[in-house]
Write a protein that binds this ligand. Structure first.
Ligand code: GPP
Ligand code: MG
Length: 290
């Protein structure tokens, strides 16, 4: 059986000022759009939603409308994570998987609940590590679900130890070549990588104004669609399914724009998705031995 503890990574967790600024952002982050949604059922997400919202939530009496909208947004975010999980398996309790950029742990807990597998989440935010490990203890799964202050570019986990890896809206924080090199090292032959991401559309050219606004808002660097497939091909990650979720995520942003927890970035997402300069993709790939 492989060790559950990371071995020593070869570099410091935070490698440069850019990574320190990202860690600082997430260490401080306590936005109601994430906290209030998480409080609905104790699953805290750091990603967006898919599927149609029920228009009825906008018609409930005013005193309860805010809570109804929050619960509906949370339902759409959970539906997004469920779709990601649909592509991770089959997994068993004997398997070990990694959440690359694990946030407050939402997708990790859902994965453990569905498959019983061991989950290691990595994030460069120490506050997120502390929060998510607290959640694991509270949920009594801390023997199976663990969060680590680790850099997903250099996790320190043993080679070939992971049966699956996912990144749920985190790849825009790193360069894809070193990221997929690390994933290829960690994944056993035939193991699965699932990526949900926003990427800019090569067909419409470079970064649109709205895409640049999203980059600035989150201090990230959104990659192009072609960047993903080139970097995957270069690192033995062979796509088996690609789903364009752009149309499916627009309703989430329309509801979020009307909600009390809107953050101001909603228009940039709606504009870029509607004009076609930005795409919300699910990419499923298998690790093929080099
Ligand atoms: C959402 O996290 C995801 C990111 C910050 C990465 C950017 C994603 C893209 C698809 C471009 P969140 O749930 O913490 O964001 P928010 O606080 O806006 O809800
Ligand atoms: Mg959010």
């Amino acid at each position: 059986m492989t060790s559950t503890q990371p071995t020593e990574a070869t570099t410091p967790v935070l490698r440069n000022d850019f990574q320190r600024s990202i860690a600082d952002y997430w260490d401080r982050e306590k936005d109601p759009v994430n906290i209030r949604l998480g409080e609905v059922d104790g699953i805290y997400h750091h990603h967006y939603g898919i599927g149609d919202y029920s228009p009825a939530v906008l018609e409930v009496p005013e005193s309860e409308r805010d809570s109804a909208v929050i619960a509906e947004m949370h339902r759409l975010e959970t539906a997004q994570a469920e779709l990601l999980l649909d592509h991770l398996g089959p997994l068993t309790a004997a398997d070990r998987v990694m959440d690359a950029g694990s946030g407050r742990g939402g997708t990790s807990f859902m994965t453990n609940a569905r498959f019983g597998c061991q989950v290691d989440g990595v994030t460069i935010s120490e506050s997120q590590v502390e929060f998510a490990n607290g959640q694991a203890a509270q949920r009594k799964v801390d023997d199976r679900v663990r969060f680590h202050f680790r850099n997903m570019l250099d996790t320190g986990f043993p080679s070939g130890s992971m049966r699956a890896i996912w990144s749920n809206e985190t790849t825009m924080y790193v360069d894809l070549a070193p990221l997929f090199a690390e994933f290829a090292r960690l994944l056993a032959p035939g193991a699965r990588y699932v990526c949900i991401t926003g990427c800019y559309n090569d067909l419409t050219g470079g970064r649109s104004r709205a895409v640049s606004q999203i980059d600035q808002h989150y201090i990230c660097n959104i990659h192009s669609r072609s960047d993903y497939f080139r970097a995957m091909a270069d690192h033995g990650l062979v796509p088996i399914a690609v789903t364009d979720l752009t149309a499916a995520t627009i309703p989430y942003w329309e509801l979020r724009e009307k909600s009390s927890v809107a953050t101001g970035i909603e228009q940039a997402f709606l504009t870029s998705y509607r004009e076609g300069s930005f795409q919300y993709l699910l990419i499923v790939a298998d690790r093929v031995a080099a």
